[in-house]
Every structure is written in structure tokens, then in C-alpha cells.
Design a protein around this ligand. Structure first.
Ligand code: AMP
Ligand code: ZN
Length: 473
């Protein structure tokens, strides 16, 4: 089977062939850690996690190196520190931890590498020095700028023409730019801003800090090499961010390719508008995870093809939960079954691999999972158990079906909630034990009180021969 990917640069779907199948490299632009990410920001994390899983499945887990960076130096972080009065390092540490926890709740695997921009300042300085030596960068009024005229292929990724680039750049064209499209590699830092000593031979004094585009070029070079297989990110990053990464990296490294395949995901919208902080229509994973299991959110994010727009709706989540329930109901049967060999490894059904390797066609893969389910329910005995297991393996390749089915129906959440009003699973278990004790002691008033308390939280108690079990309504 062949993996194909739509390559934004080529503007067509291409067969994926890594430069070295023993070391497949992928880089994805990660979060700027200064506040809570919104669910739109998570689309890239989930989409490229799926691609990471597919590559691991195809080339072997040890042969894929996936780097997703943490941008921990940025003007937005400096502004957040000023506004809140907190240290920059405290802010970036806090939101890096939150990002890791929340993505894990979506069953996003940790990338192989998670480079932090501030750990690569030396690499960024080396890159700028090389660009200055080559005449591709110049100092002006405390800044170092990349000279787009030094790179004949500038615009080759985004395929925007020179007029569009100028129009885009004109909004904030600084007078010291030689070409309006020139962009900042290094900018001066005021005394109260974070900064690193600017090398003496750059022709500017004092302290400075990197521009955002430069950060990714340096982290790619140090962690993955001069040319990587796949570079990913949200579609809006194609220009200018990725275009500028290409220009800097190729000029500094003397190569003609930064990434052999460019993969970009589409946007998440609310109604007809892109979900974005500036429009104020954002929904945070932090809040969603208080009500919904991460697998529901992951499924919803993958329900549209990754390049298509996806409209985020409450109804989509309700619908998704119901669909996942249908699968999990069958997994309850696996728990009850003790006839099969637990070490048996099952191959992922071909229909699912074919769909996913076809430019990550998740709608087709989901249809394939439903088909596997329809087949399983018609079977009985060992054949049924085996079919359910094959279906589970298929879903697991996509990052689903990892929850304990009983816990699933009890409504467990994938992350510790800070919502003190909601009873946790262990609180409920404790109350049920107390209720059993109260009944044994014929303290029916207390037993009823506990039942009423649970019922007011929409928790249904089912008394059975082996004691009481519970689930959420
Ligand atoms: P922002 O939070 O707007 O700085 O966005 C950070 C990155 O998240 C962007 O560069 C996008 O690639 C991605 N992103 C932001 N909004 C959306 C959205 N509505 N849908 C998909 N990706 C998004
Ligand atoms: Zn980047």
C-alpha cells in the first residue's frame, strides 16, 4: 500500500517516499505558550498525530522522528508577562504543561522531540551569522533582516506573486527595509525585555531576540537536519511563516529544499467564521474536557478531511458520543470474554489503512470502522470476539478505543477536572460503598440520602447480585 499526501508546494497529491525509510523526519510548528490553546489550535496537533501514527505503523516506531516545537520566546509572551505581572518562565512553563496534558487527553502521542526555542538561541545566532556572511541578511536600526532579493525562489511555496506579497507586507513596512517583503531575523530587546547578546560582528550593539520564523529554521536544522521529509502546520502558516522558513534555511544551508512534502490542515470554524481569538468565538479544550471525553473531541476533529474546513458544533459532539458508544458497547463483550489469547496480535484491516494512506481520508476510515462494526454484530462466539478485536485495533491506529469500556459508560473524563461541583468516579465509588454499609447497618435514611445525592447529579445506580454499579445519565 502506498501513502499519498497532498503537497501544498506541488499543489497535488503525491506518493510519499522518505529520503531514508530508516529515519523519516517530520516537523510541525507547535504552540506559543502564553495562554490556553483553543480547539482550532488543536486541529493541527491531532491531524499530525494521526500522520505520526501512520508513519510509525508503516516504517516502524523507531524509524520516525517527529519534532513539534514549543515557542517560548515571543512578543505575545512578553505582553502576557507585563499584563499579569508573572515571570515569563513561569508563564511558559505553566502553559507548556497544560498543552501537554490537554493534548494527551486527546490521545495525542508525545512527539519524539519537543524543542524549546529558548534552548536553541545559539543555533539561531549561527544561522543569522551565516546569512549575513552570504549577503542574504543585513543589519538596520538594531534589527537584522532577511533580504528576499537574495533568494530567487522566494514565493515558491505559497505561490503568491510579488504584488500580493508587497500588499501583505505593506501594512507594517518599516522604512529601513530594502524590500518591503524583507522580514526580521533578529530584533533589539529593551532592558526590561528578554534578550541575548548580539554578536559584535553583526554591526549592531546590545541585546536582541529572534524573530518567530527564524526559530523554526534553527530548530529544524539542529534536531532533524537541513532537509526533512514532511513539514506541517495550519494553512495560514504557509505564508509568510513557512515561506520565510524556506528562504532562511535554504540560503543559510546552501540547499534547495527545506521540506520534501508540505502538509497543511484547514481551519475550524464557528458558523461561517474562522474560530479565532480576535473574533472572540473560541472554545477551549480546557472547558470541553470538563464535559466530554477526549476521544469524542478527537473524533470530532477528525470527522472532516483534514484539508476541508470543519464547523465546530455542539450537535457534532453529541452525535460523536453516540457513535463511540456503539463501539464501546461491543468492547464490554471483550471484557466478559476470557476465551481468546491476550497476546494475539491482529493486523489492522486493509480497508482502514487504504483510507488513511489515501491522504488521510478520515471520513472514509470512519465509514470503514462502522462497516467493521456492522460485520461484528452479525457474528457470534469466537468469530464475533475476533471481529470486535479487529475493529478495536483499527480504531487504535487512529488513536481511539483506549478507554476502559466500563469507565466509558460511567462517563469518565480524560483529564482531572478542576470543577469541584462534579463528582469524580472515585467520589461516586466511595459514596456507593458508604451506601452499602449504611444499608447493611439498616441506616436507610443515610442510604436514601446518598441515592438522592447521586440522582441529583444524574448518576444512575443499578443494584445487582454483586453490589451496585453506576453510570451517568
Ligand atoms: P493563534 O492562536 O491564532 O495564534 O493560532 C496559532 C496557530 O493555530 C495558527 O497559526 C493556526 O495554524 C492554528 N489555528 C488558529 N486558529 C485556527 C482555526 N480556527 N482552525 C485551525 N487552526 C487554527
Ligand atoms: Zn514554524
Amino acid at each position: 500500500m502506498t501513502l499519498t499526501l497532498f503537497d501544498t508546494q506541488a499543489r497535488e497529491t503525491r506518493e510519499f517516499e522518505p529520503a531514508d525509510p530508516e529515519r523519516v523526519t517530520m516537523y510541525v510548528c507547535g504552540p506559543t505558550v502564553y495562554n490556553h490553546a483553543h480547539i482550532g489550535n488543536f486541529r493541527a496537533a491531532v491531524v499530525f498525530d494521526l500522520l505520526f501514527r501512520l508513519l510509525r505503523n508503516k516504517y516502524g516506531a523507531d524509524h520516525v522522528v517527529y519534532a513539534r516545537n514549543i515557542t517560548d520566546i515571543d512578543d505575545k509572551i512578553i505582553a502576557a508577562a507585563r499584563e499579569t505581572g508573572n515571570e515569563i518562565s513561569a508563564i511558559t512553563r505553566k502553559f507548556t504543561d497544560i498543552y501537554r496534558q490537554e493534548t494527551a487527553a486527546f490521545n495525542v502521542l508525545s512527539p519524539t522531540l519537543e524543542p524549546h526555542a529558548t534552548d536553541h538561541i545559539k543555533d539561531m545566532i549561527a544561522l543569522v551569522s551565516r546569512l549575513i556572511e552570504k549577503g542574504a541578511a543585513y543589519a538596520a536600526e538594531g534589527h537584522v533582516l532577511f533580504s528576499v532579493d537574495a533568494f530567487a525562489e522566494y514565493g515558491g511555496l505559497a505561490k503568491v506573486d510579488q504584488d500580493e506579497m508587497v500588499a501583505g507586507a505593506r501594512v507594517e513596512v518599516a522604512p529601513y527595509k530594502r524590500n518591503p517583503s524583507d522580514f526580521v531575523l533578529w530584533k533589539p530587546s529593551a532592558d526590561d525585555e528578554p534578550g541575548w547578546r548580539t554578536p559584535d560582528d553583526w554591526g549592531i550593539d546590545g541585546r536582541g531576540r529572534p524573530g518567530w520564523h527564524l526559530e523554526c529554521s534553527a530548530m529544524i536544522k539542529t534536531n532533524l537536519g537541513n532537509t526533512i521529509d514532511i513539514h506541517g502546520g495550519g494553512l495560514d502558516l504557509r505564508f509568510p511563516h513557512h515561506e520565510n522558513e524556506v528562504a532562511q534555511s535554504c540560503c543559510a544551508n546552501g540547499t534547495d529544499t527545506l521540506a520534501r512534502y508540505w502538509v497543511h490542515n484547514g481551519f475550524l470554524s464557528m458558523g461561517s467564521e474562522k474560530m479565532s481569538k480576535s473574533l472572540g468565538n473560541i472554545v477551549l479544550p480546557k472547558d470541553l474536557l470538563k464535559e466530554r471525553h477526549g476521544e469524542v473531541l478527537r473524533w470530532a476533529l477528525l470527522s472532516a478531511h483534514y484539508r476541508q474546513p470543519l464547523e465546530w458544533r455542539e450537535a457534532l459532539l453529541d452525535q460523536t458520543k453516540k457513535q463511540l458508544d456503539r463501539f464501546y458497547r461491543l468492547f464490554l463483550e471483550l471484557k466478559a470474554d476470557d476465551t481468546s489469547d491476550p497476546d494475539e496480535t491482529l493486523e489492522v484491516p486493509r480497508s482502514i489503512i487504504l483510507a488513511l494512506e489515501n491522504d488521510m481520508n478520515t471520513p472514509e476510515a470512519f465509514a470503514g470502522l462502522h462497516e467493521l462494526r456492522d460485520i461484528a454484530v452479525q457474528l457470534e462466539g469466537a468469530a464475533r470476539i475476533r471481529a470486535i478485536k479487529r475493529m478495536r485495533v483499527a480504531g487504535q491506529l487512529m488513536g481511539f478505543f483506549e478507554e476502559d469500556p466500563e469507565a466509558w459508560f460511567r462517563g469518565v473524563l480524560s483529564i482531572e477536572t478542576d470543577d469541584a461541583t462534579r463528582l469524580s468516579a472515585s467520589d461516586i465509588d466511595r459514596l456507593l460503598q458508604e451506601r452499602a454499609r449504611a444499608r447493611a447497618e439498616k441506616n436507610f435514611a443515610r442510604a436514601d440520602e446518598i441515592r438522592d445525592r447521586l440522582s441529583s447529579e444524574e448518576i444512575i445506580i443499578e443494584d445487582g447480585p454483586h453490589g451496585a454499579t453506576w453510570r451517568r445519565k
